[in-house]
Design a protein around this ligand. Structure first.
Ligand SMILES: Cc1ncc(COP(=O)(O)O)c(C=O)c1O
Length: 389
């Protein structure tokens, strides 16, 4: 079976894990934690970070740390993994669903249009004209490791008192290009960024995540809340409700080993993406999603785009490939249509469903060879020929 996105564990993972075990520092203290954070900070060129047990806990802490309150409203894209949407509910806020655009990322034009037409600015905050509730933050998800032209939106949000949370869970190593020259790591453009190190991500710590920011007080708050809100750790005084969200030293040991191979993973992923692109874009019914010109992508996941009038659905293609030993995955169901989220406000969503009906995630592990990809492409070529009009 060629799987979807397997970890590549070929470095010092076992060695560092053994070191951590030997040291007996296996919980939320230990030297690998410090080393891992420092390494991430230097790769991202960001000042501060807090290592978490998952990307989801990082998102929860990020929302709390920028000051989102109960009953606030948070702008989110409809098309994303559900974790950022759930995190909005964890803090008692409500999502406002926006559409995505052709590159699958948050629709910048519609989001700015919504803010201009449907909200007003008063007392340094933005308010929803429909509900009179404070829109205190936006979560920009960098889909598949790609980003769109987000700078204009981020500047707009800053002027409107809306905090920008970047969900860069899939985007470690990806960069935003300013004037085609200056590169800023995704996760570092807004007020706070979140990363995931789940087993299917570019690097893994088993499970794990991180909150990153150039704002010291945001990370201080994430650290405080993620560490059980200890106001006095000797006397066990807790003046707030905290969480047990910190990463442990074993996870960090694995992360340190994985980071040593980050550039290899990124190089391989770039090659895999180019090879898919070159082969699949020659077929009549299929193409591969490409990042926007504004993005230097880590190419975390390759997405097959299927022509709208093609005879088979993504699910049919998924079943055919599975029968032939290839694991693929449907992309996420639009969240504004999920039963728990149907009741929330949406704004002009039409791309999300279309994209859901035309896309399929292709195997993208960083150790895939041209031979693996050719095997997959040959299967797709069979389908392409069989159903050519
Ligand atoms: C966009 C996005 N956000 C958040 C998460 C949640 O991360 P985790 O699984 O580490 O909790 C994921 C993936 O798993 C993701 O893809």
């Amino acid at each position: 079976m060629i799987s979807l996105n397997e970890p590549f564990l070929v470095g010092n993972e076992k060695k560092y894990l053994n070191e951590a075990v030997k040291s007996t520092w296996v919980s939320t203290n230990g030297h690998f934690l410090k080393k891992f954070c420092n390494k991430i900070n230097s790769i991202l060129k960001i000042k501060y970070s807090f290592p978490c047990s998952s990307g989801t806990s990082a998102l929860h802490l990020a929302l709390l740390s920028v000051g989102v309150k109960k009953n606030d409203e948070i702008i989110v894209p409809s098309l994303t993994f559900i974790a950022p949407i759930n995190a909005v509910k964890y803090v008692g806020a409500n999502p406002i669903f926006m559409d995505v655009q052709e590159d699958h990322n948050l629709n910048i034009k519609k989001t700015i249009e919504f803010l201009e037409k449907k909200t007003y600015y008063k007392k340094n905050k933005s308010w929803n004209k429909k509900t009179n509730k404070n829109i205190s933050a936006i979560i920009i998800v960098h889909m598949w490791g790609h980003c769109s032209n987000i700078y204009k939106l981020i500047k707009f949000c800053k002027r409107r008192g809306i905090k920008v949370i970047e969900d860069a869970s899939e985007a470690l190593g990806s960069k935003y290009l300013i004037n085609n020259k200056k590169k800023i790591s995704l996760g570092c453009l807004g007020d706070v960024g979140c990363l995931s190190f789940n087993g299917n991500k570019v690097i893994t710590t088993g499970s794990g995540g991180m909150v990153v920011s150039n704002n010291k007080s945001i990370i201080k708050k994430a650290n405080y809340l993620g560490n059980q809100a200890k106001d006095d750790s000797l006397r066990y005084i807790h003046n707030n409700i905290g969480f047990n969200y910190k990463m442990n030293n074993l996870q960090a040991a694995m992360g340190c080993a994985q980071l040593e191979n980050l550039s290899l993973f990124l190089k391989n992923k770039r090659k895999i993406h180019k090879y898919y692109l070159n082969k699949i874009n020659k077929l009549g019914n299929f193409s591969v999603l490409e990042p926007s010109k504004k993005c230097w992508s880590n190419n975390w996941m390759n997405i097959l785009q299927i022509k709208t009038d093609f005879a088979l659905t993504p699910f049919d293609i998924h079943k055919f490939l599975k029968k032939n030993g290839v694991e693929t995955r449907m992309i996420w169901f639009p969240n504004h249509l999920q039963s728990k989220f149907k009741k929330y406000q949406t704004y002009k969503i039409n791309y999300a469903k279309k994209i859901f009906n035309n896309s399929l995630c292709l195997p993208s592990s960083s150790f895939l060879t041209n031979k693996h990809i050719l095997f997959i492409v040959n299967l797709l070529t069979k389908l392409d020929k069989k159903y050519l009009k």
